[in-house]
Write a protein of this length. Structure first.
Length: 117
């Protein structure tokens, strides 16, 4: 005669299926957020608008604008610093936006999901 094994914790098949459905829903939401992230575009300006960098959610520089008055052949280092600062600020904007979106999806669980943040 076969013995029946009782599951502890009151989670039978329905409980397990519910958890799987929740995980699938979370996965779908994360994939959607990843797609949305690739469509985001941010523009960061530095130096009082002297340099502007437009960065996509794919973390690519889309454009770079430099005001003619900041192009000084005697001070190339300052221009280089402005370009680096603008690009870095644009990338930070992408990171903040994707982190906020992830927090909305996960309910602030602090999950580290590769490729999204």
């Amino acid at each position: 005669m076969a013995k029946r094994i009782k599951r502890k914790g009151g989670q039978g098949k329905k409980g397990g299926l519910g958890m799987l459905q929740q995980l699938q829903s979370l996965q779908d939401d994360v994939l959607k957020a990843q797609e949305e992230a690739t469509e985001m575009v941010f523009t960061a300006t530095v130096g009082g608008g002297a340099v502007a960098a437009t960065v996509t959610g794919e973390r690519r520089v889309q454009s770079l604008t430099i005001a003619p008055e900041v192009v000084d052949p005697e001070d190339v280092e300052m221009l280089q610093d402005l370009v680096v600062a603008a690009v870095n600020e644009g990338l930070e904007q992408v990171e903040r936006a994707t982190a906020e979106r992830l927090a909305q999806i996960t309910g602030g669980l602090g999950l580290d999901i590769p490729g999204l943040a």
